[in-house]
Write a protein that binds this ligand. Structure first.
Ligand code: ADP
Ligand code: ZN
Length: 220
């Protein structure tokens, strides 16, 4: 079976479910889930030079400078250029989007679709304040609508569940401002290229994924 290799960009405010959907694309449809936020959190927890450099940005919900992000992504694309990729939380600015286009072009590839997962600000705050993540395997839970059996233990691997430092209400509000100012212009960027697909993030994980799966099957 020769399936088309696809590059999907998942767009949407923090907490809209990009990471959850990218996980499903990886586990069910063979995509590589690539989250720049996850890369930064790993580097920070390992105390690497990159981690120390980006820590202050991530902690206050500000964007890491484009050049740094693009250097990290360039390395990733060099290694994974010939696989289907779900980009989660990248690109986040117009310069990052044009940078991604250039990096993919070198591999004779392109962004196939940008999938916007829409969610209201109030719902974002509600979701993120009850979000928990596994320290060990990075799986995401929500204490209100996808609760683990035990509030502090991962169902899958038994790892410790924690609340991200940037999931406090004040930081959530500033991430939403950053999203509105710097990331939402990408909606037009991809719309103008005829690549935008809009999904309603309030429908919940399984309904959103059903639509996403249908999209992938059509494109393949
Ligand atoms: P969320 O989508 O829930 O806000 P992420 O895990 O995608 O969380 O990102 C967490 C933080 O990492 C961001 O608030 C930002 O500081 C940094 N970050 C992640 N991806 C990027 C990016 N593409 N450009 C700039 N900063 C980024
Ligand atoms: Zn786990």
């Amino acid at each position: 079976m020769s399936e088309r290799i696809l590059r999907l960009v998942l767009l949407g405010p923090p907490g809209s479910g990009k990471g959850t959907q990218a996980d499903l694309l990886a586990s069910q449809l063979g995509f590589v889930h690539y989250s720049t936020g996850e890369v930064f959190r790993e580097q920070i927890s390992q105390g690497t030079e990159l981690g120390r450099w980006v820590e202050s940005y991530v902690a206050r919900g500000a964007l890491v400078p484009d050049e740094v992000v693009l250097a990290v992504v360039e390395e990733f694309i060099r290694q994974h250029g010939q696989q289907s990729i779900a980009f989660d939380g990248f690109p986040r600015t117009v310069p990052q989007a044009t940078g991604l286009d250039e990096l993919l072009k070198r591999q004779s590839a392109q962004v196939d679709r940008a999938v916007l997962i829409d969610l209201s600000d109030d719902e974002v705050v509600r979701r993120l304040s009850s979000r928990r993540q596994c320290r060990n395997c990075s799986r995401i839970y929500n204490l209100s609508f996808s609760p683990p059996k035990n509030a502090s233990v991962c169902d899958v691997c038994g790892g410790e569940l924690y609340q991200r430092a940037d999931d406090q209400e004040e930081t959530i509000r500033s991430r939403l401002r950053v999203y509105a100012e710097q990331t939402s212009p990408l909606i037009d960027y991809y719309k103008q290229q005829g690549k935008l697909v809009r999904l309603d993030g309030s429908l919940g994980r399984d309904r959103v994924f059903a639509d996403l799966k249908q999209l992938v099957e059509q494109l393949r």
